[in-house]
Write a protein that binds this ligand. Structure first.
Ligand SMILES: C[S@@+](CC[C@H](N)C(=O)[O-])C[C@H]1O[C@@H](n2cnc3c(N)ncnc32)[C@H](O)[C@@H]1O
Length: 280
């Protein structure tokens, strides 16, 4: 069996199963199974697929047909150039969240002294780990309600050699976290509860606690806006990723006497997704 023929057949199979981007998914799975670069499969369609790779590929294809996220099957997701290990314990980091981490980095660039950051609802740890990687002096606290997710973020810190500047805290609110932090960055669960049953199977195979933000989706985000001022340094920032329309709602609730420079950033698709506010 050649790589080209296998890819053509598998793309058709995934397409029939209703998988989005069937070609790309098949390519990633085969590249992973064969241990070659994905683009090599396109450049060399006559490449023979060894028996062991074929077996691994078929197992991955079946899991993909069943609606698992590609990153769970591969076991990793790229996040701004860092390879983050992921599995069923955590949400797969999304491209929007890479943008969120970029906004936090832009803010930290302008800060001086012993920098500290809190990644609240850390999941795989992607945001905090990338910030720690990007700023060699930064000390990062990763906070999580899920012990399983916290274990995953800790493992990722070990794999990336960043554990010396990371602290891991199990928390359900900002209450136990004292700081003070230069930045509190979070991609909290922000999907309204009633929307969850209609989500795609891939998303539904991710932890519900990573998705469900309560009746208007803002339970965790609202808690952060209330408790963050006491945990930020002067001029420190709260930066959140939210759903479309949500930043505006929350910014209106945040009192001007506590917050300044309240603004929103759009994501690459033009959606008002990120909330930014500095402590007054
Ligand atoms: C949308 S996921 C984000 C994960 C990761 N930061 C990312 O961006 O890929 C939200 C995370 O918040 C955690 N979480 C949910 N409720 C929480 C709470 N009350 N306190 C702390 N973490 C919470 C979930 O377990 C999940 O890991």
């Amino acid at each position: 069996m050649t790589a080209g023929k296998l890819l053509t057949d598998s793309e058709k199979r995934l397409n029939e199963a209703g998988v989005e981007e069937p070609g790309l998914n098949a390519q990633w799975l085969l590249a992973d199974a064969m241990g070659v670069e994905r683009l090599r499969l396109l450049a060399e369609p006559d490449l023979p697929v060894p028996a062991a790779a074929l077996k691994k590929f078929k197992a991955g294809l079946l899991r993909k047909e069943q609606g698992l996220p590609l990153a769970y099957i591969l076991g990793w997701q790229d996040f701004r150039g860092l390879r983050i290990s992921v599995d069923e314990r955590v949400l797969v980091p999304r491209p929007e969240t890479e943008e969120l981490a970029g906004h936090a980095a832009d803010f930290l660039m302008g800060r001086k002294g012993g920098l500290t950051a809190l990644d609240y609802g850390a999941g795989s740890g992607a945001i905090g780990l990338w910030l720690a990687y990007r700023f060699p002096e930064l000390r990062v606290t990763a906070a999580e309600i899920s012990a399983r997710a916290l274990a995953c973020s800790r493992e990722n810190a070990g794999e990336l050699g960043l554990e010396a500047r990371m602290k891991f805290v199990k928390a359900a609110t900002l209450g136990p976290l004292r700081g003070p932090f230069d930045v509190i960055v979070s991609n909290p669960p922000y999907i309204p509860t009633r929307v969850i049953p209609g989500l795609a199977p891939e998303v539904l195979s991710e932890p519900k606690v990573a998705l469900d933000g309560g009746s208007d989706g803002l339970d965790i985000a609202r808690m952060l806006t209330r408790l963050a001022p006491a945990r930020l340094k002067d001029g420190g920032a709260l930066i959140l990723e939210l759903g479309g329309g949500q930043p505006k709602t929350l910014l209106e609730e945040m009192p001007d006497k506590l917050w300044k420079e309240k603004k929103m950033f759009r994501d690459i698709c033009g959606i008002e997704r990120f909330l930014f506010a500095r402590k007054n």
